[in-house]
Design a protein around this ligand. Structure first.
Ligand code: PLP
Length: 426
């Protein structure tokens, strides 16, 4: 049996792994595998920990849908008073279906289409986080055309150096595609303030994901506070929010995750001095540790001196190991006899399809269930239909009850939007 520290929400009872009060084998029986399993209790706990850490300053937590946009989780968070942060028309649609009102939603993203901008304004979103002068001018045009009010916040690239697990998840360093370069921000603020129908309500940054150091947040917040003073000195008096983005790290292996109290201690005084409301956009922090991927070993294989466990889940369900070389702890759901050193691979026709490489871990037999931990964020949302695989089920556990909250896709789902007879046009 593995020696890893079990994530709260997932514990062993008489040797068998449970999600809250429900044995994972019971879930596998009812929902099949592969399946994502989430702990509602852990999601509540994470939201409340962050919300209460920020209590000293007026603030809003806008959960970032890109981490996990399952409607059941969105409804759960909405019920706790959490708001939403979306980056596409599709995420806006999901947020609305889950009950978020327009003014509880921030719409961000570096490449919003004109249709998406219109949809956001029609929905009455709290603000659009804009990333370029061209975008703010496009918003001004649409606001003038439609007569709809546009509240905007400038996503600034504060050009802060960060340490993150992978360079794909850094976003706030000099030269990145995201945000308005800090030196251009005052100019764009003036442009925004000059456009009829557009109100500049905030300044925003997002430095990257899996940030475990507080220093970049402090440095970035100070740059935004300085920009706030410059914007006000330029006679713009409409600022209301300072948005420090997401990125708080969680534990996957033995990293030290960023403590929300430490984060708050670093940034709250800076925000307080501006008199603005603090916004944060966490994703991974809320859901990362609150989910696991449940998969069954199909076969064992020995090849070229290596041991393989071939599971029924792989890169199509959880892309992070292949894409970021991310580590996810894996344990057998029921105790197994010993440990081995093995690759856990999926059924996809790619050599890069794996969940773990050369891992010393529980040595499972065909038919055994494995739990791939800490898969609540950037798991299901990055799942694909490659190899015409059906995206898995999602199961929410709350105490001693569980529910399938997203059904496994059917073969018909896979082909539902394809046409048999093409409707050729000249
Ligand atoms: C603009 C923005 N806000 C928030 C987040 C959430 O990041 P995390 O899940 O690391 O908290 C992201 C993630 O990429 C993002 O791009």
């Amino acid at each position: 049996m593995g020696q890893g520290v079990l994530t709260a929400g997932f514990t062993r009872v008489e040797g068998e792994l449970q999600a809250e009060g429900v044995p994972l084998s019971r879930i596998a029986e009812a929902a099949g595998t592969p399946a994502f399993v989430y702990s509602a209790g852990l999601i509540r706990e994470r939201y409340r920990a962050l919300d209460s850490a920020l209590a000293a300053v007026p603030h809003r937590v806008h959960y970032t849908l890109k981490a996990n946009s399952s409607r059941a989780i969105l409804r759960l968070l909405h019920g706790l008073g959490c708001r939403a942060d979306v980056v596409s028309g599709g995420e806006l649609h999901r947020a609305r279906l889950a009950g978020f009102a327009g003014d509880e939603i921030i719409f961000g993203g570096v490449g919003k289409s004109e249709d998406e901008l219109r949809e956001a304004l029609h929905a009455g979103v709290a603000m659009l986080n804009v990333e370029s002068e061209a975008e703010v001018r496009a918003i001004g045009r649409i606001a003038a055309e439609t007569g709809l009010a546009a509240r905007v916040s400038l996503r600034v690239n504060p050009e802060v150096t960060v340490e993150a697990a992978h360079h794909y998840i850094k976003t706030g360093e000099r030269g990145h595609k995201f945000g308005i370069p800090i030196d251009d921000a005052l100019h764009v603020a003036r442009v925004a303030a000059s456009l009829p129908g557009v109100t500049l309500v905030g300044l925003d940054m997002h430095l990257g994901s899996m940030l475990s150091q507080v220093e970049p947040y402090r440095a970035g917040a100070e740059r935004l506070a300085q920009l706030c003073r410059e914007v006000r000195a330029a006679g713009i008096t409409t600022l209301r929010h300072l948005d420090l983005g997401g990125g708080l790290s969680v534990r996957y292996a033995d990293e030290r995750p960023l403590d929300p109290a430490e984060f708050a201690a670093a940034v709250v005084p800076i925000v307080q001095a501006t008199g603005l409301e603090l916004i944060v956009e966490p994703g991974r922090f809320i859901v990362g540790n609150a989910g696991l991927l449940l998969t069954r070993v199909l076969y064992r294989k020995h090849s070229g001196g290596k041991e393989y466990a071939i599971a029924d889940a792989g890169m199509t369900e959880l892309l992070r190991p292949s894409y970021y070389h991310a580590y996810h702890r894996i344990e057998a759901v029921r105790p197994v006899a010993g440990t081995g050193r093995l690759d856990v691979v999926g059924p996809v026709c790619e050599s890069g399809d794996f969940l773990a490489l050369e891992r010393t871990m529980d040595d499972p037999a065909p038919g055994d269930l494995l739990a791939v931990f800490d898969a609540g964020a950037y798991g299901y949302v990055m799942a694909s239909n490659y190899n015409s695989r059906r995206r898995p089920a999602e199961v929410l556990v709350d105490g001693d009850r569980f529910a399938v909250v997203t059904a496994r896709e059917s073969y018909d789902d896979l082909v539902a939007r394809e046409v048999d007879q093409p409707d050729w046009r000249p």
